[in-house]
Write a protein that binds this ligand. Structure first.
Ligand SMILES: *Cc1c(COP(=O)(O)O)cnc(C)c1O
Length: 391
């Protein structure tokens, strides 16, 4: 092979000899080559085409499946957390079916149900997140799925998942859980009656705010339909992103412990500050839902809500705009702290948000707790100053 074009096509490619690195290689690739036509036609090769996976994505999915526990029969990787949610729902429901969705659910999940699913002839009802076994009253003969998110990632209600799952299964419906807040380190949904456990790996799993991905783990009864839906939709993730997620997973547990410790320190401090009405964090002993958290969860994430006394929007802006260590951003799970303004009134339909104060959401990162507290202390002073000025 001497022609320049042939050299460009054939040099510098793997020759099958291996190197023993600690981490799996990043296997970029669409085409997988077969040694001969017989193998190709028989489909007798583990990897056959890029979309169906490669050694990098296999390593990641295998580790995530292990984390989700012995009931995980299949674990699939999707391009985002939202696509994990929509794929899991599409694997369970079809035209003429009915789904029950927690009123505290992540906004885009709600929009998918009222938009795409409605257009496909699937009807959605929203239920109060703290309904527990009372969900029985809302089950219909065509209810195929009950979707839970515990705690709700904006308002932090804990849900009694075992009670909801018992009712759903008695009515022949599947239970889907968005487990992004807890991750399987702190809660394994499939151990508590959930059929499809979903996460946005964008958050704690990737953990460094530099990638997007979703994960779905299905139990044995739900795995075939999930695989078929996933394949049909043509989903896959890149090996580069899979490599980032694998790297994130190595430190997931230690990061989560530190997120929890710092979040608890900051949350307890906030509880004692003038003008703070309530801290919405299930790990606090006096928080709503603490008993369920203690019963079912092994730890807490670093994301919680803070309800402040009423003030004009300008007071929240004065507080958040001046924060030095908290970025203004919608995500969480990275190493850096974030703050957002939350308005649950605009979305809820089954359990209207009755609180009148200002609701903020804080993602507590891996910074020194004292520095975060000092930043928030100055922020609260700005909030109260703006509040007084308006009064
Ligand atoms: C961020 C998030 C999602 C969506 O994840 P993406 O990776 O951004 O698509 C879903 N559920 C919850 C609870 C989230 O916080």
């Amino acid at each position: 092979m001497t022609g320049l074009s042939t050299v460009l096509s054939h040099h510098g490619r793997p020759d099958g000899t291996e190197i023993s690195l600690v981490n799996p290689p990043i296997c970029r690739g669409s085409t997988v080559l077969f040694p001969d036509l017989e193998t190709m036609v028989a489909g007798r090769q583990e990897f056959i085409y890029g979309r169906h996976g490669n050694p990098t994505t296999k390593a990641l999915a295998g580790l995530l499946r292990e984390l989700d526990g012995p009931n995980a029969a299949a674990t699939l990787l999707t391009p985002s957390g939202l696509s994990a949610i929509t794929t899991a729902l599409l694997s369970v429901v079809g035209s003429g079916d009915h789904v029950l969705i927690s009123d505290s659910v992540y906004g885009p999940t709600r929009d998918f149900c009222t938009g795409v699913l409605a257009r496909m002839g699937v009807e959605t009802s929203f239920y109060p997140p703290e309904i527990g076994a009372g969900i029985a009253a809302l089950m219909r003969p065509n209810t195929r799925a009950v979707f839970v998110e515990s705690p709700g990632s904006q308002t932090f209600e804990m849900q009694d998942i075992p009670a909801i799952a018992a009712v759903a299964h008695a009515h022949g419906a599947k239970v889907l859980a968005d487990n992004t807040w807890a991750t399987p380190v702190n809660f394994r949904p499939l151990d508590f009656g959930v059929d499809l456990a979903i996460q946005s790996a964008t958050k704690y799993i990737i953990g460094h705010s530099d990638g997007l991905m979703g994960v779905i783990s299905a139990n044995a009864e739900s795995a075939d339909a999930l695989r078929a839906t996933y394949r049909g939709l043509g989903l896959c993730v890149s090996a580069d992103d899979a490599s980032l997620a694998l790297r994130g997973l190595r430190t997931l547990e230690v990061r989560l412990r530190r997120h929890q410790d710092t979040a608890l320190t900051v949350a307890r401090w906030l509880q004692d500050q003038p003008g703070v009405r309530r801290v919405l964090y299930p790990a606090l002993p006096d928080a709503a839902g603490h008993a369920i958290w203690l019963r079912d969860f092994r730890g807490a994430a670093g994301l919680f809500g803070v309800l402040l006394d009423d003030a004009p929007f300008a007071a929240a802006a004065a507080m958040l705009n001046g924060l030095r260590l908290f970025g203004l951003g919608y995500s969480f799970g990275g190493y850096e702290s974030l703050a957002t303004f939350v308005d649950p009134r605009s979305s809820r339909t089954a359990s209207p948000w009755a609180e009148t104060g200002t609701l903020l959401r804080l993602q507590i990162g891996l910074e020194d707790p004292d520095d975060l507290i000092a930043d928030l202390a100055e922020g609260l002073t700005r909030y109260r100053t703006a509040q007084d000025r308006a009064a």
